[in-house]
Ligand binder design. Structure first.
Ligand SMILES: [Fe+2]
Length: 286
């Protein structure tokens, strides 16, 4: 029976596991689904190699981890408007008439938590690699439980009981948001600086350089300085698993316990990924 030999092998000393013994192109039993859901809470990043995954398979897989987030309409020209199209977005630099057909087309992207700019941040994101460049375009995952543990006591004290403003301002993918920008019409939310993971109860740092605008209740310069210092501490090789994509990789990550970044890649090479998002819930302070 498919899935009876499910195995988990750590991908790094920090986070992540490769899952073998599961064919994502087939129906997944309730027993295996439960194991995968627990594995995500434990390992934070799950990698499945050499998977032949249709759009329908991908959406079924998302359902294992929670409720897929649906868009109001498919915005990718290659999709029919059906239930799967609304649960899948393209992350790609492919253009039609000069206009990207998906989102986040080019280059480097700083560390961030997907969905930290909404009231109920996403539990998980899934990316399926269709086409990848020869070099670059890696996704780096960083363990935010360990990141919190490694912070100096003085920074932990400065973050205690603090809330941060998060702004979705992807004008550039490698620049911090302006904390004084107008929030009118811009997606934003406030969440604790340090959270208790809703599923496993662990304490995780919940600050990232791309989307964290300010620590509420502190003067601008103090807030800027603490965010900068936190980000300097967390970008630590020992906390990171850098994933080099191969076509037919499926990667699922937990957006509460990790941040991720993308390395630069050649503009003349195609990168095409299918993304699904699993809805989350409001986050409580640790
Ligand atoms: Fe992301």
């Amino acid at each position: 029976m498919v899935g009876n030999d499910l195995k988990l092998k750590p991908l790094s000393s920090s986070l992540g596991a490769e899952v073998t013994g599961v064919d994502l192109g087939q129906n997944i039993s309730a027993e295996i689904a439960q194991k995968l859901s627990l594995a995500l809470d434990q390992y934070t990043v799950l990698l499945f190699r050499d998977q032949d995954v249709s759009e329908a398979n991908q959406v079924k897989l998302a359902n294992i981890f929670g409720e897929p987030s649906l868009r109001s309409r498919p915005d990718d020209i290659r999709f029919e408007d059906n239930e799967y199209a609304r649960a899948i977005a393209l992350v790609t630099n492919i253009r039609k008439d000069g206009v990207p057909i998906g989102s986040l087309p080019d280059g480097e992207m700083w560390f961030h938590h997907d969905g930290c700019f909404i009231e109920a941040p996403y539990r998980a994101t899934m990316l399926y690699a269709v086409q990848v460049p020869d070099r670059g375009g890696d996704t780096q995952f960083l363990n935010m439980y360990r990141a919190y543990e490694l912070l100096p006591t003085s920074i932990k004290a400065a973050l205690k009981d603090r809330t941060c403003l998060r702004i979705f301002d992807y004008k550039t993918l490698s620049e911090a948001p302006d904390p004084e920008m107008s929030l009118e019409g811009v997606r934003h939310a406030r969440h604790p600086a340090v959270i208790k993971h809703p599923n496993n109860g662990k304490t995780a740092l919940y600050i990232n350089p791309l989307l964290t605008a300010r620590i509420e209740g502190l003067p601008r310069n103090e807030s800027d300085q603490i965010i900068k210092e936190v980000c300097r501490y967390i970008e630590n090789e020992s906390l990171i698993y850098a994933h080099k994509w191969r076509p037919c990789d499926m990667v699922i990550w937990d957006n509460w316990g990790s941040v991720h970044a993308r390395t630069d890649f050649p503009a003349d090479q195609t990168r095409l990924m299918r993304r699904s998002i699993v809805k989350g819930r409001p986050l409580a302070a640790a």
